[in-house]
Design a protein around this ligand. Structure first.
Ligand code: PGA
Length: 241
């Protein structure tokens, strides 16, 4: 595991800059992307750089990490809409392909199965946020390292966050997420973590027992895990034991 701790001010620019480098060296990269408050400033910085011609998504493929079930297509909290607004619609050309999760077109189980097939085509770089409860994607506590891509019942806090933090018009009933097994099959993983409210859970994820209580802890078993945290989120991890 590699741990990069960056200043709050420099964090997003640095991650965006590293993504530019990756796209330049591997233009056909298959990227798995999350949404949420953590990656939003990275996407803003990345969009600016892509529009300045530093790199392009033209030959890259974007695979969405997760999606709510039960929100209208135009709900502001929808993950696909958010990724489009914050990144994909802001760059031209857009990616060669954007694989959203087909929650409007298919029954949830079918949409999950279809999305798993997409991810099975390979993920070169997976970006993840860290939930306050230790989830990655919607792999809530109780998820296992071999957990499949599936429909999940959300913890109350995760559903409520859709309304309180992301502006959802109703509490979503469930979510669809790539499973931990798929995430671990990615060639490389960057776990993005910012803010003091994530300090305790990041410490547990990196230094506590590896297990289903903190699903993000399973990422430690990956051979190419990079944790990119700001100083606020890394406050407990970097203290001497
Ligand atoms: P956040 O969400 O980036 O909005 O804090 C992270 C998560 O819950 O996965």
């Amino acid at each position: 595991m590699e741990l990069d701790v960056l200043s709050v001010d420099a964090w997003a620019e640095r991650v965006a800059g590293d993504l530019v480098e990756r796209l330049r060296s591997e233009p056909t990269l298959r990227l798995c992307l999350p949404t949420g408050d953590t990656p939003a400033p990275v996407y803003a910085a990345l969009a600016t750089r892509l529009e300045a011609g530093e790199a392009s998504l033209e030959h890259a493929t974007v695979v969405l990490l997760d999606e709510w079930v039960g929100l209208d297509p135009d709900d502001p909290a929808r993950c696909d809409g958010r990724l489009r607004r914050e990144l994909l619609d802001r760059v031209s050309p857009g990616p060669a392909a954007f694989h959203r999760i087909l929650v409007d077109e298919l029954a949830p189980e079918e949409a999950a199965a279809r999305h798993d097939e997409v991810a099975a085509g390979g993920l070169g770089l997976t970006l993840l946020g860290l939930g306050a409860n230790g989830h990655v994607g919607f792999n809530e506590p109780g998820s296992t390292a071999d957990g499949p891509t599936r429909v999940v019942t959300l913890e109350a806090g995760s559903g409520e966050a859709a309304v309180a933090r992301y502006g959802a018009k109703r509490v979503p009933e469930a979510g669809i997420t790539l499973g931990i097994a798929r995430l671990l099959a990615s060639d490389e993983i960057w776990l993005l973590v910012t803010g003091a409210r994530k300090a305790e859970i990041l410490d547990q994820a990196l230094r506590g027992p590896m297990g289903p209580d903190v699903p993000a802890s399973f990422l430690r078993s990956h051979h190419k895990l990079r944790v990119v945290a700001d100083t606020a989120a890394a406050a407990l991890v970097t203290r001497t034991p």
